[in-house]
Design a protein around this ligand. Structure first.
Ligand code: SAM
Length: 275
């Protein structure tokens, strides 16, 4: 453990708040390993969501990245980080606020940095991490590489392939834009305080050709997976004439959603949106 960081937390009474999903990584060896999973170079503009005490931030600042921008909701940590990373000047920027509302692409546009390679690297708060990923997939951030920590079950839902137990909406929406792979498992005891469940880091790399009809895809996958056990000829009736949609898409009407590949859902999404 990085003594100075845990000592600072202790001395300043910076206890973890459950409501903000706070579980900290204080071991610089571990955070350095995590930073190495991302492809950082001197043009990288890193957005870190929820830096907390700054264990991962330290590793990101030790990388060759041009700039590290952190977004933190907890004002106690915002104040601590300002002081702790004061020596990094303009290379470190802190934005105090809610990352569910703040759009990284807008911040990047304002900065207007030539040859910028934006990326998101974060140990996300578990309670809102999935929603943050969905927001980025629906926005221009979908074209950015990301290296993100989630609880293992969510990491599996993001990276699952067709026919797998965790395959569903999240895997399909992710697959539309990104190649997703679990890059590292992190045991619960690596965190202070330890969460109840294990964690994993997902590497997300934008596809060269992304599927852009995401609103319709979201609708189609919601209809199918909200009734996971049902055949599509039944579940898709909530968004249209299931038999007609499936015939047009040339998909077996008796198939269940976990057995239909993302490309099949893309066809359904195109049909229901009249594309
Ligand atoms: N990155 C730190 C680390 O690895 O030690 C902390 C990770 S902790 C799992 C999640 C962090 O996200 C906390 O610092 C928490 O305050 C912050 N957070 C929670 N909700 C947030 C939100 N909506 N917007 C920005 N930060 C948030």
């Amino acid at each position: 453990m990085d003594n100075s960081l845990s000592q600072i937390l202790h001395e300043n009474g910076l206890f973890a708040k459950k409501s903000l999903g706070q579980h900290f990584l204080l071991d610089i060896n571990l955070t350095t390993k995590i930073a190495k999973l991302a492809d950082i170079d001197e043009n990288s503009i890193i957005f870190e969501i929820g830096p907390g005490p700054g264990g991962l931030t330290q590793a990101l600042l030790n990388s060759p990245a041009k700039k590290v921008i952190v977004i933190e909701k907890d004002e106690r940590f915002a104040a601590h980080l300002r002081e702790y990373f004061n020596g990094f000047g303009d290379r470190f920027q802190i934005i105090e606020g809610d990352a569910l509302k703040i759009k990284p692409h807008e911040i990047l546009n304002e900065l207007n940095i030539p040859d910028a390679k934006p990326t998101i690297i974060a140990n996300l708060p578990y309670n809102v991490g999935t929603q943050m990923l969905i927001n980025w997939l629906l926005g221009p951030e979908k074209a950015w590489p990301m290296t993100l920590m989630f609880q293992t079950e969510v990491a599996m839902r993001i990276s699952a392939k067709t026919n797998m137990q965790h395959y569903g909406r999240l895997a399909i929406l992710t697959y539309a834009c990104m190649d997703a792979q679990i890059a590292m498992h992190v045991p619960r005891l690596a965190f202070t305080p330890p969460p109840k469940v294990e964690s994993a880091i997902v590497n997300l790399r934008p596809k060269t050709q992304i599927y852009t009809n995401l609103d319709a895809l979201s609708k189609a996958t919601a209809a199918a997976f909200n009734q996971r056990r049902k055949m599509l000829r039944s579940s898709l009736n909530s968004i249209g004439n299931a038999a007609q949609i499936l015939e047009k898409a040339n998909i077996d009407p008796t198939i269940r959603p976990e057995n239909l590949d993302p490309e099949g859902f893309f066809k359904i999404a195109d049909i229901i949106s009249g594309n």
